[in-house]
Design a protein around this ligand. Sequence first.
Ligand SMILES: [Cu+2]
Length: 144
Amino acid sequence: MAQQAGTTPRQTQGAPAARLARWALCAVITVTALVALAACSNSSDPVGNVGSGPATGNATKIEAVDGNRFTPATLELPAAGEKVTIEITNTDDRAHDFAIEAADLNTGTIQAGAVATATFTVPEGTTAFKCTFHRGMTGTMEGI
Ligand SMILES: [Cu+2]
């Protein structure tokens, strides 16, 4: 038997209240699952002169590694005032990012196995960098 457009077969299982209760339960389970997923999947958006993929020219190299660490954790850069590119390779199996708050810069999420670059002018003195996903995943850089 053909159905009219815009109509659905009438459900006959259960009273309306029971169907509503099942629907509400499904909605609660779905929302809970989405919230749990969001809580364990880190992400950040790119800010500043950053890019994905390897550097095209000279770059200071750093890796994000297993154990929520950067290596090396101390970077020696050209003299303050010079432009530098840092190439960040994520060799870990979880996502990280690379941010320099003093330079208002963030690569955005670097997925496992991915490479990103950050280009900026070397600040005076010692400058901190970090992964915004993992507390304590930090390092410092200094112009030499
Ligand atoms: Cu991290």
